[in-house]
Design a protein around this ligand. Structure first.
Ligand code: GLA
Length: 387
């Protein structure tokens, strides 16, 4: 892989031996969905698939960006002195945004760079290919410009760029999971305080399998921002009586006692999901600690049902995949993961049942939806690295 990337870099930019190869993972969230902008908990992990980058500093201020995944777009060029979101700059708005955000935060980036990217996360799949590019860019800048920034602040800067440069109001989960990933561990993160612990994922006899609907989605054109505002409005109405800062501060009982304050059926459903999902996430991590895989799996299924019925972020493709997966022997849980509206589902499957489950679900999906789903048996990997 490294050789292939260096070869392509040489072809495009002429190697001088100073370029380095970097990697940042993608992520999958096990439970705690749409809680990160509601002050709740999340439980994601980094994957071993992700984004590679070959990069070096230039002597002028040009930023030369190329992706092997978007070969047809060629090298997209701009200056580090005037970084602006431009629709026609396509995927490069992600790295550009991070460099812009680093500068906004006071870091000095005065030279440009040549960067080649290559990702093996299917893009638009909800496995955070964009956050992976963002964190990778932050990590590359830290190394090439000697920036005094740790991985948590790389995550925060990446989120800042996504919010303020790319106009997507995402929470911190994706960037944090990618920047702080640890092999065979999921990250139990309190998004209200950024306190976190690592939880070993010892699913002896089981595999984590991701099911891709192959229905592309982009956060910008999804109803993501709309869900976020619905929760904010629900919170605003609850705050007329309750001294809270986020939905994540409520227990299920407190919510049930006060939900009348919201006074809108749809907003009540959204807020209910945020409150209950946060509590489910806390319980799921507890269950996992006690090696109670059955409870862990049940909570993941409940999360999926709530995202379908109350948060309404699934759709026929995700629903079909999840429903077919849950019918299979050996599949102990399945639910949508990430923002939703397409993208991927995550499931836990008994090792010996993985092959047949994939075959059966694939067949049923093709029959009902008309095109193929993809399946990945994944491993939990580390955060960004120099290779
Ligand atoms: C996207 C966002 C995250 C999070 C999830 C839903 O992945 O980038 O911040 O809100 O959706 O849990």
């Amino acid at each position: 892989m490294k050789e292939k990337l260096l070869e392509k870099f040489d072809e495009l930019f002429k190697s001088d031996g100073t370029e380095k190869v970097y990697f940042a993972p993608g992520r999958v969230n096990l439970i705690g969905e749409h809680t990160d902008y509601n002050g709740g908990h999340v439980f994601p992990c980094a994957l071993t698939i992700g984004t590679y980058g070959v990069a070096r500093r230039r002597n002028d201020n040009k930023l030369m960006l190329y992706s092997m995944n978007f070969d047809g777009l060629g090298v997209i060029q701009c200056s580090v002195e005037s970084l602006k979101y431009k629709k026609e700059d396509d995927w490069t708005n992600y790295p550009k945004g991070v460099i812009w955000a680093l500068k906004e935060k006071g870091y000095t980036i005065d030279n440009g760079m040549d960067i080649l990217f290559y990702g093996n996360i299917p893009n638009g799949s909800g496995l955070s290919s964009s956050a992976s590019i963002e964190v990778l860019t932050g990590f590359i800048c830290k190394d090439l410009y000697g920036l005094d920034i740790d991985n948590i602040n790389i995550a925060l800067t990446s989120q800042y760029s996504e919010n303020n440069f790319n106009g997507v109001n995402c929470g911190i989960m994706d960037q944090f999971a990618i920047a702080m990933g640890k092999e065979n561990r999921a990250i139990f993160l309190d998004t209200a305080t950024l306190e976190y612990t690592y939880a070993p994922i010892n699913l002896a006899g089981y595999k984590i399998v991701i099911l891709n609907t192959n229905k592309k989605r982009g956060l910008g054109d999804s109803k993501y921002n709309e869900r976020r505002s619905e929760c904010e409005e629900a919170l605003r109405r609850l705050k007329t009586k309750l001294p809270i800062n986020s939905l994540g501060e409520l227990t299920e009982e407190e919510f049930e006692k006060n939900r009348y304050l919201i006074g809108d059926e749809v907003m009540e459903k959204r807020a209910k999901h945020a409150v209950y999902e946060n509590r489910r996430t806390i319980m799921a991590v507890e269950a996992l600690k006690n090696n109670d895989i059955e409870t862990f799996a049940n909570l993941i299924n409940q999360s999926g049902d709530s995202l379908r019925e109350d948060y309404e972020v699934t759709g026929v493709e995700l629903d079909t995949l999840v429903e077919e997966a849950r019918k299979q022997q050996g599949v102990i849980c399945a639910r949508m993961t990430g923002a939703g509206f397409g993208g991927c589902a995550v499931s836990i499957i008994k090792t010996e049942a993985v092959e047949s489950a994939i075959e059966n679900v694939g067949k049923a999906y093709k029959e009902k939806i008309g095109y193929n789903a993809d399946f990945y048996v994944v491993d939990i990997g580390n955060g960004p690295a120099i290779l």
